[in-house]
Each structure stands twice: as structure tokens, then as C-alpha cells.
Write a protein that binds this ligand. Sequence first.
Ligand code: NDP
Length: 448
Amino acid sequence: MSIKNEYLQGLMDRVIARNPAEPEFHQAVREVLASLSPVVEARPEFIKEGVMDCLVEPERIIKFRVPWEDEKGNVHVNRGFRVQFNSAIGPYKGGLRFHPSVYEGIIKFLGFEQIFKNSLTGLPIGGGKGGSDFDPKGKTDLEVMRFCQSFMTELFKYIGPDTDVPAGDIGVGGREIGYLFGQYKRLRNEFTGVLTGKGLTYGGSLARTEATGYGLCYFTSCMLKDAGRSFEGSTVVISGSGNVAIYACEKAAQFGAKVVAMSDSGGYIYDKNGVDLALIKRLKEVERKRISAYVETHPEAEYHAGCSGVWRIPCDIAMPCATQNELDLDSAKALIANGCFAVAEGANMPSTPEAVDALQAAGILFAPAKAANAGGVATSALEMSQNSMRFYWTFEEVDEHLKKIMTDLYHNASSAAERYGAPGDLVAGANIAGFLKVGESMLAYGVV
Ligand code: NDP
């Protein structure tokens, strides 16, 4: 993934120098700048007017202390972050991630990606992301509530329904959003749509839970259709067993595919008969257990410790839905050797650049995260609309909107790729289409 334009290569060098020791952020920026060379060559004003330099610098980074007390009375201190990256086309929008691996570089990479993803949805939302190095795993509900309340006690100063609207991500699901929203409401004394992914009894949207996984399958279906293929009768491997993975599995199965493997950070299960999704949902959404428990009731299935082996299972379609850089070059080679014909990214940046290059060079259909997993944030924007209207749509209505958004998004990315000389390259197409709307808006504002 090389940057052909000299100015953009220089900008990349400056990004690395100004943001040392943040490899995930560098990776995300490099991928976008590599795609934008033909755009700035056709439209040099994006460089001349400073748009490119502003694009790689967050508008604001908020970093704060989050002290909380566990059930034994011990005090812990975590770090909280919110990166408000770009508000050119709407209020900052993007999830909160609670995971021990979180540091400023992870939040910056996610916030940067979010700018283009949000733009691709066609909805008026800017890019932001936040989180903490807090690990909800193994904590009691009371401890999670105390942490969330402490986190929001600082964050509430910087967000609002027209300013910045966070949502969930890894480690932040319905339980955490409930505690965060409750604390915001108490501190501000107002009931507004300041968070999305809310429970259905207090302003959440139907189909938001399913949206990222379903949207991933809608997007992938369009890509497969253009290549004369479909989910019907195909074998699918999915990594992860969280929100995105579960609903990708559900929709892929509804489309006639057989999902044979899923994973968590401990290992993966392989069930050649097709995974029992009802059991996965119970283990993960209700009992909060490890995926290894699957084989206790399904002795015909296999459990393997470690994550990367999941890509060695023969499949037609691979959907990485766990975390960044989980699919490396060796995994890509194994997928190619086993005859896989499509990779669709549900997680953010789950494939390493070397893996993406190898998959594309081998002619594998490749759906990049920025476009393919945009269904979650798109439905979050629909939740914001419903909150503003104080009126709610049915599941079917939201799902119809989602389908249309993902179909339009696919065609938008695919035609941008064609227009800028990279037909079939959805990585380039998504970056270009996502950028153009943001870039045009930034030009219109002048130097701000
Ligand atoms: P969840 O927390 O619900 O699930 C995450 C899943 O990934 C779990 O199975 C988890 O296993 C696994 N996982 C997490 N970290 C690692 C790791 N380092 N190695 C291997 N497996 C890991 O998160 P989501 O499903 O919400 O998010 C998954 C991905 O999708 C993330 O990249 C997120 O940014 C992206 N995404 C999510 C959206 C959403 O709407 N939720 C929207 C768009 C993108 P374990 O339980 O063992 O930790």
C-alpha cells in the first residue's frame, strides 16, 4: 500500500513524526492517503487549501482520569479518551471501546476511520471515537456501573445531541450504555438522544442491535451479486462472537449460508454441521461465558485455543468480526489456498495491509470495514432521527432503511473506484467516496 503522491507521502511522514508510537493510527492514515493520490491530483485545491493537513489532525482530544471503587473497597484508576476527529458534515459520532488494549493511538485510528465511514452512510454525522483501558470482563454489574458513572461524570461536559453522540463498541453493550445514559441524564437533567444503542424502553431504535452484522451481509450480498455469486449454499467462517459476529452469523444463515466457525479472544469453535447460534447467543449475551463452553453441549464440534487458526478452516466467505489486525498475511494465504472467494470485514481494520494486498492480488472479493460495517453507525443515526422526532419506526422500517443505505453505499464506493481508475477496488472506492463529501465541506468552510 504505497502513497504515490509526493505531498501526501510527506504528510504521512509528518503524521508519523507527530504521533510517535501509534502504529494503528499510522496504518489507518496510510491506507486512506494511498487511495487519495488520484483525487488530489485531479483536485489540487485539497492540498493548497490545507484540507489534507487538517484531515489527519483531530479537532480535539479529551483525555481524563476515571477513578472507581471495586466491591472490596479498592480504588482503581483508568484512563478515558474521546477523540473528536472531524465535524465537517455533522456532530461527532462513534462508539466507546472498553478494553485493556485501549490507548490514544487506538482511539485515533478508530476516530479517523469513522470520518469516512460516517460520510459513506450518506447521513449527516462527523467522526469521533472514545473509550477506556477498563476491562469489563470479570467485573460485577455494580463495578461496571460505578466505572460507567465515573467515566460519564467527566465525559458529559464534552458531548451533547448536536455536538457528539457516542455509542457502543468492544466491551460496551446495552448494559454499559444504560449506565452511561442514566448518569448523563442525571448530570444534565435532560432526556436527549446523546447516546445511541440505548435500550428500547428509553429511546433505543429497533434493529440497532442487529444493524452492523445485518448491514455487513447486505453489503456483502451486493458485492457477491456483482460477481455472479451469493451467500446461498456457501460455507462461512466468522471470527468473534460479540455483537457484530452474532448478527452477521444470523443474517448469513438467513441468506442460505452455513456458518461453521466462530471465536472469542481465547479460541475458536468449528462445527461442521453449522453453528448453533441460539447457544452462542445464550453463552455470550446472557451467561457471559467463554466460547469453549460450546463443546460441552455439542461434543461433535471442536474447540481450539488461540485465534488465528480460525482462518485455516476451509470456507467460501470469511468475515473477520473481532478486532484490528486479526487477519494477517499467513491467514490470507491460508484462505486463498483453501479456495475462499470473498472476505468481508465486520470489525474495524481486521486485516493487516499485507493481508489486504495478498487477497486483492489473488482476485478475492474484498469488502473493507469502512464501508461494510457502516450499518451500525447508520442505524445509530436513524436512532438520533427517531429521538429528535420523538417517534419510533418498526423493526421492518428500520431494516428497510438499513438495506437501502448499504446498497447505496456499495454502489457509491464501487462507482468511485471506477471513476478514479481502480475498478473493483472497494478499498480505494470507499476511501475516495467517503473523503469527497468531507473534503468538499472543509473547502467550503475555509481555514477553520
Ligand atoms: P463485542 O465486544 O461485542 O465483541 C468483540 C468480540 O471480539 C468478542 O468475541 C471478543 O472476544 C473478540 N475479541 C476482542 N478482542 C479480541 C482480540 N484481541 N483477539 C481476538 N478476539 C477478540 O464487540 P463488537 O462485536 O461490537 O465489535 C467487534 C468489532 O466490530 C470491533 O472492531 C468494533 O470496532 C467493530 N464495530 C462494531 C460496531 C458495533 O455496532 N458494535 C460497528 C462497527 C464496527 P472476548 O469476548 O474474548 O473478548
